[in-house]
Design a protein around this ligand. Structure first.
Ligand code: MV4
Length: 453
């Protein structure tokens, strides 16, 4: 087992990894930027090293600086968290060369899954359902019209160089194809210097359901259930929950099986997530693999009781999984609200400030993962996540009741937050009924005048 781990990240996930190290009896070293000198992770870690000035490019993304920090402090592993270098294969390669363990999946899996076309091809070979559409970019309008007819309208034109929802245009009828194809291609060219397009069947108001996978280096691949992450805004997840509501057990089990099949096919090990879109007929389609721990991992931890970060570390150190699929128990229902320093009633504009009052919620079924404390200055250089509030209940109704109680208890002053938005979203009839889909937030605001503040 590792003696000392460098945590190449910041905020709540850095605190989370420090806690996992502490429980495993492993010394922790937090790499921090000048803007995070007074961070909670620096305070809780055994050691800390400044890796550069505030801008991420000069600190958290500065590979020579991160690797040097690991070497000078005598670390034998690096935990990248999520974002930043968490899926950077160049860092993986350097770690392999210098004999430091990169805590994550094997480099070949990260490489293969980071290329959307390769990932799609790999899943197709594995027999995992993919969205009907083209493997290659569509070269001209005639071919596009033929393919669209074969797929069936509506179809989606997706920029090859796009991603995260950027560069997508829906075509509802054959008459619209020519003009939309022209517009989509020139938009893609302008945005990504690459005007090539794929065509796919368009799924209207799909749900975003992801499967948590955990696997050791000896071929054991298990799932830890699924999470519904449909409540998003501009492809930023806001609310996640497990189990996914309004999903038949037949579909649930089929999605789990598909993820395991896909993971085995790419010889995946450690911790990762297979993402799917589920249409209104409960057909599901693979969209991508995340080869890292995710923000929403505590949702799965609360329903299964399995500590994903400690297992990431154990698996990276070569330990076998200490349990089988039959041992994994799924109990109750968990919902996570991502509290961000943004004003949802001012188009989620990022907010800065010094935390004046910080009173996190508590009581039965509540967990708060956060790096905040009274007097903490929220830096403007990084993403706006302040805290994750998780509410677990015996069933979804109890989880909702507890989340509403927690959001009412949660006091953060000094910076505008999205607490109020979450309270409103969770309390909506549609949400209570489990009618969640990827246009939930859009529709929440479409017929809504921003409430007087
Ligand atoms: C789609 C889709 C509908 N049909 N593909 C957006 C980002 C990328 N991860 C996949 N995305 C979508 N692809 C087809 N053929 C709808 C979306 C989508 C979406 C997907 C997941 C989570 C949130 C979303 C929000 C808007 C659109």
């Amino acid at each position: 087992m590792f003696k000392k781990i460098l945590i190449a990240n910041r905020g709540e996930i850095a605190v989370r990894v420090v806690r996992a190290c502490r429980e495993l009896g492993i010394r922790s070293v937090v790499a921090y930027s000048e803007a995070d000198r007074d961070s909670l992770a620096v305070r809780l870690a055994d050691e800390s090293v400044c890796v550069g000035p505030a801008p991420s490019s000069k600190s958290y993304l500065n590979i020579p600086s991160i690797v040097s920090a690991a070497l000078i402090t005598g670390c034998d592993a690096i935990h990248p968290g999520y974002g930043f270098l968490s899926e950077n294969t160049y860092l993986c390669e350097i770690c392999e060369r210098i004999g430091i363990t990169f805590i994550g999946p094997p480099r070949h899996a990260i490489e293969q899954m980071s290329d959307k076309a390769m990932a799609r091809q790999a899943m197709k070979e594995a027999g995992v359902p993919i969205i009907p559409g083209t493997e290659e970019p569509v070269s001209n309008l005639e071919r596009a019209a033929r393919i669209a007819r074969d797929i069936g309208y509506p179809v989606l034109l997706k920029a090859v160089a796009g991603g995260g929802g950027r560069g997508m245009r829906v075509v509802h009828t054959p008459e619209e194809l020519a003009s939309t194809f022209e517009v989509a291609s020139s938009e893609a060219d302008a945005a990504f210097k690459d005007g090539r397009l794929y065509i796919e069947k368009y799924l209207d108001r799909p749900r975003h359901v992801e499967v948590q996978i955990i696997a050791d280096k000896y071929g054991k691949v298990l799932h830890l259930g699924e999470r519904d992450c449909s409540v998003q805004r501009r492809h930023q997840k806001l609310i996640e929950e497990s189990p996914a509501p309004n999903l038949s057990n037949r579909t649930r089990e089929a999605i789990h099986k598909a993820a395991i099949k896909g993971a085995k096919h790419i010889r995946f090990h450690n911790v990762g997530t297979f993402e799917f879109l589920v249409d209104q007929q409960e057909k599901f389609y693979f969209i991508e693999v995340n080869t890292r721990i995710q923000v929403e991992h505590p949702v799965t931890e609360m329903v299964t009781g399995i500590d994903l970060v400690k297992w990431q570390i154990r698996l990276a150190a070569g330990e076998p999984l200490g349990f089988d699929q039959k041992d994994v128990e799924f109990r109750g229902h968990c919902i996570e609200s991502r509290i961000v320093a943004e004003d949802p009633y001012k188009d989620f504009a990022p907010q800065a400030g010094v935390i004046d009052l910080y009173i996190p919620p508590g009581g039965p079924g509540i967990r708060v993962d956060s790096h905040l404390y009274c007097g903490y200055r929220v830096p403007t250089y990084y993403d706006s996540l302040l805290a994750k509030v998780l509410a677990w209940g015996d069933d979804r109704d109890e989880a909702i009741a507890r989340m509403l109680r927690a959001l009412d208890e949660f006091v953060i002053t000094g910076v505008q937050t999205s607490i109020e938005f979450h309270r409103e979203a969770i309390d909506r009839t549609d949400f209570r009924k489990g009618n969640v889909h990827t246009k939930f937030v859009e529709e929440m605001f479409s017929n809504k005048v921003p409430s007087e503040r």
